[in-house]
Structure formats: C-alpha cells, structure tokens
Write a protein that binds this ligand. Structure first.
Ligand code: NAD
Ligand code: GDU
Length: 330
C-alpha cells in the first residue's frame, strides 16, 4: 500500500517507516521537522517537509495516490501541555482536523492514529482495558481524546475507517542501533537514565517515592518501539482487509517501577550512576499497565522485543552509537 506517514521523521514514526518497508509497503513521510530528524528517514523514502495543516494537503494526497494515513505528528509532552495548552490545541486538534478533512476530500479510506494511555487518566483498575473510563488528567491526553472523537464521527458519518492505537510507554530503539529516540528536551525516563549512565547528566532524579506501590515509585508498562511499529502494520492491513474501526491498547501487561528500571539499567550498562530522590511530578498516575488482549485476539499482534532487558539494551546500543542523537541540532 502507498501510505502517508505524518511525523515519520520522529521517534515512533521512523521505526514504523522501517517496518512498513520490510512488509513491502510504500511509505511517504510528511513531517515539518519541528521535533523530528531527516536523518531518521531511510534513504529512498519520499520525504515531504510540510505541516499536517497545509492547505494543499488534499491535492497532495490525490497526486501521491495515498491509500492510507498513519498519523504520528503531534506535540506529546504532558508537562509542556499543562504550561502551553494553546500549542497542543493548535497542533494536535486543529492540525489533525485539517489532516482528517483533507483525507476525506481526497477519498483516503484508512487511518491509523497514535493515541495514548493518557486518555484514561487515573485508572480505577489495572490492567486497563479499552472499555475503561476516559478521564484524561492533562491537556495532552484531552487533545488525543478529541482526535479519537473526530475519527469516530468521520467513520460513522463519512465511512472513513480508522484504528486508534493507545500506546503505553514507548521505549527502546531499532535493534540495528541506526535509529532511536532523540527528543530535545528529553523528558522520558529511559533515555534520561541512559544519559546518566553515559555521564551526560550528573544523576537521574526519581520523581516521588511515596506512591501506593511496592517500592513507592510509579509503575509503567514499557513497550518496545519496534513492537509498536509492527502493530501499525497489522492495523493498516486489517483496515485494508475490510476491518471495522477499532481502538486498541498497546502495552506488555507488565509493570516496572522507576526504581526497577534504574536497577535494570545499571545491570544492562554495567555502570553505577548517581540517583537522587525528588518530589512527585504533577499529574503522574501511580500505576499504568495495559491489557492488550484485544489487539492480540483480533489482529494476532504479539510483542517480541519488549522484555525490559532488551528494551534497555537496544536503547543503550542507540545511545552509545549516537551520544549526540542525530547530531543535527543548531
Ligand atoms: N513516545 C511515547 O511514549 C508516546 C506514547 C503514547 C503516544 N505517543 C504518540 O505517538 C506519536 C509519536 O510520538 P514520538 O515519541 O515519536 O514523537 P516525536 O516528537 O519523536 O515525533 C513526532 C513527529 O511529528 C512531527 N510533527 C509535529 N507536529 C507536526 C505538524 N504539525 N506537521 C508535521 N509534522 C509534525 C515532529 O517534527 C516529529 O518528527 C505522537 O502522536 C505521540 O503523541 C507517544
Ligand atoms: O527524570 C525522570 C523522568 C521520569 N520519571 C518517572 O518515570 C515514569 C515514566 O515517565 P515518562 O516521562 O518516561 O513517561 P510518562 O509515563 O509520563 O508518559 C508517557 O506515557 C504516557 C502513557 O503512559 C503518555 O503517552 C506520554 O505521552 C508518554 O510520554 C513516571 O513515573 C515519571 O514520574 C522519573 O522518575 N524521573
């Protein structure tokens, strides 16, 4: 299939482009490079430096004969969304609306959307199923939920079919070590821990040790980025085979505390870096663990790289080989 991948120069998008190529599809990357890297797009893949809100997008979709869209492009930092909500409503909600509407005008029938566990907010029980209540506790999660609602309406009224994938904590890097996570500023636990191991940070700070968990630190479900990528390929092929619109969680079903991740990173890297204890970070739920039974049952998806040691080892390989990330900063 010929597919437009918005945000394909970003972390998860670039890994999915690689998986699409391996599965015999033809990805076309559209990215405004606000937070992405040209170097993350494989040679030979068409790269279009444009915004998802570009007024000529419908024409572009027609010209390129795009059959389906994978939509990764977004702002995605929870903390930033609580300080600067305007750019989240503009880029995520307005931008996605422009893209979805251009897709309708161009007759694109299939849409796979990057949603997030942040749509659930503080869960009543874990593992979290897709049927759980949706009460996002931050602006970022609310923007993603609004986009899910848009897609639901475009599906039931205009017949555009979609899959919304609610990822838990994306982590790791392609096994080759050639592509990986390079965010500025970095806010995610695993790359920060590995930067501490590299000596690029003095220490890693644990955000709160008084949560109602066994060791007092927050528990998350870390899913390897390559397992996320394979789920996107399955989701697009499911839609193309006539599948109805769906929402799926993507996680491993296993939770790791912040302290457990730090201990595992010390083992994987062989480096005993400094750890400091800090205050809770506002808006952090104590425990987020996915039930991904639905996508396993319906699409046969299986995470194969998400053992926490492998997630850390692959991320470490990327960090060691690319201590300055893609090295394309100003
Ligand atoms: N990283 C995670 O743990 C996580 C978890 C859940 C959901 N998600 C979602 O997955 C998606 C990808 O996340 P990521 O970590 O790869 O982020 P990322 O920042 O690495 O990638 C996003 C890409 O989108 C591009 N972009 C942003 N706004 C754009 C616009 N208006 N027009 C064109 N391009 C634009 C950026 O330049 C960047 O290359 C996002 O939608 C994010 O909300 C991420
Ligand atoms: O320096 C740090 C950074 C993080 N943490 C802790 O590590 C855990 C993971 O934090 P991340 O920032 O890596 O990830 P989040 O769980 O906050 O959020 C991620 O997963 C969410 C869904 O679970 C959303 O999708 C969101 O976009 C994505 O960034 C949290 O308990 C956080 O408090 C620390 O202790 N110290």
């Amino acid at each position: 299939m010929k597919l437009l991948v918005t945000g394909g120069a970003g972390y998860i998008g670039s890994h999915t482009v690689k998986a699409l190529l391996a599965a015999g599809h033809e990805p076309v990357v559209l990215d405004n490079l606000s937070r992405g890297h040209v170097a993350a797009v494989p040679a030979g893949v068409t790269f279009i430096n444009k915004d998802i809100a570009d007024p000529n997008l419908a024409e572009l979709l027609r010209e390129e004969q795009i059959e389906g869209i994978m939509h990764f492009a977004a702002h995605s930092q929870v903390g930033e969304s609580m300080v600067n909500p305007a750019i989240y409503y503009e880029n995520n909600v307005v931008g996605s609306f422009r893209l979805i509407e251009a897709a309708r005008q161009a007759g694109v029938r299939y849409f796979v959307f990057s949603s997030t566990a942040a749509v659930y907010g503080e869960p009543d029980e874990v593992p979290i199923k897709e049927t759980a209540d949706l009460h996002p506790t931050n602006v970022y999660g609310r923007t993603k939920l609004m986009i899910e609602h848009m897609l639901r309406d475009y599906s039931s009224i205009y017949g555009m079919r979609y899959v919304a994938l609610r990822y838990f904590n994306a982590a790791g890097a392609d096994h080759s070590g050639c592509i990986g996570e390079d965010h500025t500023p970095e806010t995610h636990l695993i790359p920060l821990v590995l930067q501490a191991a590299q000596g690029k940070r003095e220490s890693i700070t644990v955000f709160g040790t008084d949560y109602p968990t066994a060791d007092g630190t927050c528990i998350r479900d870390y899913i390897h980025v390559s397992d996320l990528a394979s789920a996107h390929v399955l989701a697009m092929e499911y839609l193309c085979d006539g599948g109805e619109s769906q929402v799926f969680n993507l996680g491993t079903g296993n939770g790791f505390s912040v302290k457990e991740i730090i201990d595992a990173a010390k083992k994987v890297t062989g480096i005993d870096f400094n750890v400091t204890i800090g205050e809770r970070r506002a808006g952090d739920p104590a425990k987020l663990i996915a039930s991904s039974d639905k996508i396993k049952d319906m699409l046969g998806w299986k995470p194969v790289a998400s053992e926490v040691e492998q997630v850390l080892a692959d991320a470490w390989r990327w960090h060691e080989a690319h201590p300055n990330g893609y090295d394309d900063k100003d």
